[in-house]
Ligand binder design. Structure first.
Ligand SMILES: O=C(O)COP(=O)(O)O
Length: 344
């Protein structure tokens, strides 16, 4: 006598389910089946919640907050891709420089195939992906100084056989003006957001590879000029990011040590600078060109979707040291859940 339905492993689950209905003991088996399904689902939900909380909220004490009761004396923000949206400006730069390259190719009597090869070489040298019309993660165009980018462009074009030199490429670049000067801030209410930290006695700095002129223009456009204690630009440093030098210089001016700083940036140049200088906390943000994996691999302790999450990060981990803020920023606050902490 057949008490239980027999199942052939080769039969697909749908036909197997149909065989339950055909079975004389359908009721008993289906109860077990649904009970099993319920238990599996419950276990799955519990596991999902535990995994989410581990990834979102758990803190690796060794990696995340080295000193007990640590709190930042200064937050050092990268500019492009962290405070301001640089993507449209980089696209414009690449399009206009590519037009100059194409025009030069036509003037020199290059064939369309030769022109395409030269343009490809140019794009490769600065880290531009023409297929997605965007810069590659943490590529020179998003992380380097303009001097460095012009140098790489000229080298790439000369290597491809175009009859240009550094001065010619520099002239093309300079005719484009300060391309980042009109970038928009990446979060609304940027001045209020920065004031929150100032009210807690935390200094604010900008460390950028962009030039001084366009950095000053951005600070004015964003109404944050009075809120920035120190800033250092790509045309003012001996060694640029990822060297520790720019951060050491800012610390020297502020009279503090790198381990008292929180470094916030969107590219591996920022996170590596943080690591090279042994900054106290290195935060990667996903509003620019670096990927989460890249930022974690190059020194980020924490990954945030954008800078507005820093407020939650400091509040939830008790990292505000100074007096309570009288700025009500709840209006702009957002959930902490997407925070990712680097695994030990
Ligand atoms: O202007 C650039 O090329 C990079 O600037 P950033 O260091 O502020 O990201």
């Amino acid at each position: 006598m057949k008490d239980e339905p027999e199942f052939d492993d080769a039969v697909d689950p749908h036909s197997r389910a149909r065989s339950f209905h055909d079975s004389t003991c359908y009721g008993r088996v289906s109860k077990h089946y649904y009970l099993l399904q319920f238990v599996c689902f419950t276990l799955f939900v519990i596991a999902a919640i535990m995994t989410a909380s581990t990834e979102s909220f758990s803190v690796n004490q060794e990696v995340f907050f080295p000193p007990k009761k640590w709190s930042p004396k200064m937050i050092v923000f990268d500019k492009d891709g962290t405070l301001g949206d640089c993507t449209p400006a980089l696209k414009t730069w690449c399009q206009k420089m590519t037009n100059n390259v194409r025009k030069k190719c036509v003037d020199d009597g290059r064939s369309p195939t030769q022109t395409q090869l030269i343009v490809s070489q140019f794009h490769q040298s600065i880290g531009w992906d023409a297929n997605i019309d965007n810069v590659l993660p943490s590529a020179p165009l998003s992380a380097g100084t303009w001097d460095g980018i012009v140098q790489l462009s000229a080298e790439g074009l000369m290597k491809a056989g175009l009859d240009v030199d550094f001065d010619q490429v520099r002239e093309w670049h300079e005719n484009l003006g300060d391309i980042h000067a009109c970038d928009a801030p990446l979060i609304p209410h940027l001045p209020d957001f920065l004031k929150l930290f100032k009210h807690h006695g935390i200094m604010i700095s900008i460390c950028t590879s962009d030039d001084r002129r366009s950095t000053n223009a951005c600070m004015e456009n964003w109404n944050i000029l009075d809120l920035i204690d120190y800033s250092i630009c790509g045309d003012e440093v001996v060694e640029n990011k990822p060297s520790a030098h720019p951060l050491m210089e800012l610390c020297g001016r502020a009279g503090i040590m790198p381990h008292e700083c929180m470094v916030v940036g969107d590219t591996s140049a920022d996170t590596q600078m943080g690591r090279n200088s042994k900054a106290g906390l290195i935060v990667g943000v996903l509003t620019g060109s670096g990927t989460e994996r890249q930022l974690l691999d190059t020194g980020a302790h924490v990954i945030l979707p954008n800078i507005s999450y820093i407020k939650d990060l400091l509040e939830n981990h008790d990292l505000f040291n100074g007096s309570e803020s009288d700025v009500d920023s709840t209006e702009n606050s957002v959930s902490l859940s997407p925070i990712k902490i680097r695994a030990g």
